[in-house]
Design a protein around this ligand. Structure first.
Ligand code: ADP
Ligand code: MG
Length: 385
């Protein structure tokens, strides 16, 4: 999805207030009536009208005429702006650079802070796929949706939940000493994290020690389990490999795990299935890509569970994540939505048979071969500070 940050510079405080008013009205109105926007923004009708025209022209809100009344709805672009503005005001980002990844449920950009240090912005976009589905699917969807889901706030809320979840887990995992990007900030459906200086495993043709790397990855899966967690999408796209120079000048490859919205607890009803899938995924990939097959057929979920029961030292992260504000109820809502919409991480649609021809996939991301809007670094929201 395009992220055109050009208009960010032209919005003044009054415009931001109106944009925020449309967002807030969207929580319980599919189409927010203009009088409600005026009342939430607490400005004069004339001022609001001026802002509304500018916002609509910039595609941040869209006019919707219903049978009963005219009003506006927030677009994904509008939500993007509100989140970017928030991250900018808290000095987490200053400018937005190139897009380096496009997933089914997210967009990834390189961004910079005021010192010019590069970071990664991940924008969660749940609901994007169902927007694009065929007419039939849309009709089925309309029929099966709950009342709450029909509200315009659904995609916004679910995308925000995915970002909250990812941010909460990234923070907890980092604290527990797992190699993950450093979480730097979250606003609405967006998170900012450190840029991993490396490539997804998928893009790496040869490793000096496949057995060693395999063992490290399996160790990560088992360590996660001891922390009470299963990644749920542990595959070659979600493992970044970074080169680290050791004091003896030897280069070692360090795996860094990313992409956490589908993480589940080891107490989940399907925990064994998820655990086995993560393990299998690594086994299959190492065999296919590096010709490496471990002579150990584990780790087995049952044995790992048993070991965990005796593990009194490792603290489980579930409680920590909940304390961060991502509640059990939120986890349940997100889980149900992802299941209902068949959101199943990077694995879905990944066809191993076409692998050699299509070596890019999501991974072409890192090559920066294509610049998507904005083409150049663009300072954002500078006059709206
Ligand atoms: P998705 O949910 O779309 O799969 P990911 O979090 O897996 O999103 O990110 C997609 C791609 O973006 C990754 O495969 C990787 O190439 C790149 N990427 C994501 N996070 C980072 C990061 N912190 N540093 C460097 N590259 C990243
Ligand atoms: Mg991914």
């Amino acid at each position: 999805m395009k992220l055109d940050t050009k208009s960010l510079r032209y919005l003044n405080n009054a415009d931001w207030k109106v944009l925020a008013a449309v967002e807030s009205g969207s929580r319980n109105h599919e189409v927010v009536p203009t009088p409600l926007i005026i009342s939430i923004a607490k400005s004069s009708a004339g001022d609001v009208q001026r802002s509304v025209s500018l916002l609509a022209r910039s595609g941040l809100i869209a006019k919707v005429a219903t049978a009963k009344y005219d009003g506006y709805r927030l677009t994904y672009g509008g939500l993007d702006y509100l989140a970017l503005h928030g991250l900018q005001k808290s000095s987490i980002i200053y400018s937005v650079g190139n897009q380096i990844g496009v997933g089914k449920e997210s967009d990834i950009f390189v961004v910079s802070d005021e010192k010019g240090e590069q970071k990664v912005l991940k924008i969660h976009r749940l609901g994007r796929v169902s927007f694009k589905k065929g007419v039939k699917n849309k009709r089925d969807y309309a029929r099966t949706r709950t009342q709450k889901e029909r509200g315009a706030g659904s995609w916004m809320y679910m995308s925000r939940l995915a970002a909250m979840k990812e941010y909460a887990f990234m923070t907890a995992l980092k604290d527990a000493g797992i190699e993950v990007p450093t979480p730097l900030g979250q606003n609405r459906h967006q998170i900012v994290m450190s840029l991993v200086d490396g490539f997804p495993l998928r893009q790496i043709d040869k490793v000096p020690d496949p057995a060693g790397l395999y063992a490290e990855l399996i160790t990560i899966i088992v360590r996660l389990a001891h922390l009470g967690l299963i990644h749920g999408d542990f595959n070659e796209f979600n493992i970044m490999i970074k080169e680290v120079e050791k004091p003896d000048q030897e280069i070692s490859l360090v795996p860094v795990v990313i992409d956490f919205p589908q993480m589940v607890s080891i107490d989940h009803a399907n925990a064994k299935e998820y655990f086995d899938r993560d393990v299998d995924c690594i086994k299959k990939y190492f065999s296919r890509r590096f010709g490496f097959v471990s002579d150990n057929d584990g780790p087995h979920f049952k044995a790992v569970r048993k070991a965990i029961a005796h593990d009194t030292e490792t603290k489980r992260l579930d409680a920590k994540v909940e304390a961060s504000g991502f509640s059990k109820k939120m986890a349940k809502d997100l889980d149900a939505y992802m299941r209902e919409h068949n959101i199943d991480g990077d694995r879905e649609g990944d066809d191993p048979d076409t692998e050699s021809e299509d070596d890019g996939g999501e991974a072409s991301a890192n090559e920066n071969e294509e610049e998507i809007t904005p083409a150049t670094e663009d300072a954002i929201g500078v006059d709206a500070k």
